[in-house]
Design a protein around this ligand. Structure first.
Ligand code: AP5
Length: 220
C-alpha cells in the first residue's frame, strides 16, 4: 500500500549509476502524486518503440556513454511542460552534465525554480553489485535486485507478474564505462549545486526504507 504524502518539490535526484535514484523516485512520486521524469526510462521507451531517437540513443546507452546534450535537453523541456509536471516533479537522471544543468536553470520560470537537489551518496564499491544484480519488470518498470530486493518467484515481478529483464547497459563493460562517465561528467554538478545552495545529501548506502524516510524529511 502506498502511504500518501504531500510534497510541492521540484527536485533533482543526483548520484552515480546504481545509487538508488530510480527506486526512490518511483516510490516518492507515487506517494506524493508528483511527476517522475526519468530520462533513462524515456530513452528506453524510445528504444523499445524503435523511433529514430531511440535508434540513435541505443548505441550511446549500450556503450555506457551519455546521449548528446541537445537531444536530452529538448526531450526534458518538452516533458516538463506537460500538465502533470506543472506544480511538482522529480528529475531522475537529469541533469548529468554542466550544459544540461545550465539549460535547466535557464528554462525554469522563477516561480517554478528548483527546490532541492538531492545527492545519493553510495561508495563506488557497492554500485557494481547493485547494477549487476538489478532486474527490471518489462511490464510495469518496477526495479528489483536478485539479492537486495528479490521477488518471490525468480524472474517474475511481484507487482504485476511481468517478466523481469536485465538492462543491456548492466553488463560489466558498460558498467565500468558508466561509472567513469559519472566521475568525469556528472560529479562536477555537486560543486555547481553546492554553489547554488540547493544541494542536500542522503546516505543512500542503507536499506531502501531508511533512505525513503530520510528523503521525505529532506523534501518536506
Ligand atoms: P539511467 O537509466 O538514468 O541510468 P543511471 O543514471 O546510470 O542510473 P541507474 O538507473 O543505473 O541507477 P539508479 O540510481 O536509478 O539505481 P536503481 O534505483 O535502479 O540512464 C541510462 C542511460 O541513458 C545512460 O547511461 C545514458 O546513456 C542515457 N541517459 C539517461 N539520462 C541521460 C542524460 N541526462 N544525459 C545523457 N544521457 C542520458 O537501483 C539499482 C539497483 O540497486 C536495483 O537493483 C535496486 O533494487 C538496488 N537498490 C536500490 N536502492 C538500494 C539500497 N538502498 N540498498 C541496496 N540495493 C538497492
Amino acid at each position: 500500500m502506498v502511504m500518501a504524502v504531500s510534497l510541492q518539490a521540484r527536485c533533482v535526484f543526483l548520484g552515480a549509476p546504481g545509487a538508488g535514484k530510480g527506486t526512490q523516485a518511483k516510490r516518492v512520486a507515487a506517494a506524493a502524486s508528483v511527476a517522475h521524469i526519468s530520462t533513462g526510462d524515456m530513452l528506453r521507451q524510445e528504444v523499445a518503440a524503435g523511433t529514430p531517437l531511440g535508434r540513435a540513443a541505443k548505441e550511446f546507452m549500450d556503450a555506457g556513454k551519455l546521449v548528446p546534450d541537445e537531444v536530452i535537453i529538448s526531450m526534458v523541456q518538452e516533458r516538463i511542460r506537460q500538465p502533470d509536471a506543472r506544480a511538482a516533479w522529480i528529475l531522475d537522471g537529469f541533469p548529468r552534465t554542466l550544459p544540461q544543468a545550465e539549460a535547466l536553470d535557464r528554462n525554469l520560470p522563477r516561480e517554478a525554480a528548483l527546490t532541492h537537489v538531492i545527492y545519493f551518496a553510495v561508495p563506488e564499491a557497492a554500485l557494481v553489485g547493485r547494477l549487476s544484480g538489478r532486474r527490471s519488470c518489462s511490464r510495469c518498470g518496477a526495479i528489483w535486485h536478485v539479492e537486495h530486493q528479490p521477488t518471490r518467484r525468480e524472474g517474475i515481478c511481484d507487482r504485476c507478474d511481468g517478466e523481469l529483464l536485465q538492462r543491456s547497459d548492466d553488463r560489466p563493460e558498460a558498467i565500468g564505462k558508466r561509472l567513469e562517465v559519472y566521475r568525469s561528467q556528472t560529479a562536477p554538478l555537486l560543486a555547481y549545486y553546492r554553489d547554488h545552495q540547493v544541494l542536500r545529501e542522503v546516505d543512500a548506502n542503507r536499506p531502501p526504507d531508511v533512505v525513503y524516510q530520510e528523503l521525505l524529511k529532506l523534501m518536506q
